[in-house]
Design a protein around this ligand. Structure first.
Ligand SMILES: CC(C)(COP(=O)(O)OP(=O)(O)OC[C@H]1O[C@@H](n2cnc3c(N)ncnc32)[C@H](O)[C@@H]1OP(=O)(O)O)[C@@H](O)C(=O)NCCC(=O)NCCS
Length: 195
């Protein structure tokens, strides 16, 4: 398995692979994302336009089997930035980790750990960021689509050094597999010091 961090113009050629993985992997619990190429194109164009973004790709035998993204928090839309201002934390100090999406057949081999290490290295390399963050969707315990025996990623994230921040929440809307239109979801941020 080869893990590579791409920046600048090297990102764009890999956007179709990232879109394919996002649509495929985020369809599952807990995201339930019913992705369309149009929605992906908007999201990915914004990501690729960031001068400080990084795309980490996992390749096996030439095929991209996983992707992970990051970019400065201030480049995100206001619904993601505002909670930080409200909490008295300068968004300029924060590096935002967008997503990790890995085909199920390749999980449990350390690639998710490598995605965190690569993004933290990129954020530290940028020099002026104190905090790494990502956000996770909140779902009711009794949701009818929760798979039996589902193990949340909370333990995995704790072991990477991230803490759940119940005081930092945001809302994002997306079309779900169980809805006809976009649904607004609540997500909670997790943080780790980069110092
Ligand atoms: C999140 C995700 C990328 C994690 O990927 P992963 O490659 O399975 O994760 P890892 O293999 O790195 O880590 C899983 C465990 O295996 C362990 N591990 C590390 N190296 C390993 C190896 N060589 N062999 C086996 N296990 C290993 C890790 O230490 C970790 O255990 P720990 O948490 O007890 O430390 C993957 O589950 C995924 O794509 N999920 C769906 C999308 C999603 O929810 N993304 C997150 C939000 S955007």
């Amino acid at each position: 398995m080869a893990i590579e961090t791409l920046t600048g113009a090297a990102i764009r050629p890999h956007l179709p692979a990232l879109a394919r993985l996002r649509i495929g992997v985020f369809r599952d619990w807990p995201y339930l994302y019913d992705g369309s190429e149009a929605a992906e194109a908007r999201y990915l164009e914004h990501f690729a336009a960031s001068p400080h973004a990084a795309l980490v790709v996992a390749r096996r035998g030439g095929e991209i089997v996983g992707c992970s993204t990051c970019q400065p928090l201030v480049e995100q839309s206001d619904n993601l930035v505002a909670p930080w201002r409200a909490a008295g934390i300068e968004p300029q100090r924060v590096f935002y980790f967008g997503e990790s999406v890995l085909l199920a057949a390749h999980r449990g081999q350390g690639i998710g750990v490598a995605f965190f290490a690569a993004r933290e290295a990129h954020a530290r390399g940028a020099g002026r960021y104190d905090i790494a963050t990502f956000c996770a969707v909140e779902r009711p315990e009794k949701h009818r689509l929760r798979p039996a025996g589902y193990v949340p990623l909370d333990g995995f994230w704790n072991r990477r050094g991230y803490a759940r921040r119940a005081d930092l929440v945001c809302r994002m809307a997306w079309k779900q597999v169980d809805s006809d239109a976009e649904v607004e979801n609540q997500l909670v941020f997790w943080t780790k010091s980069l110092r």
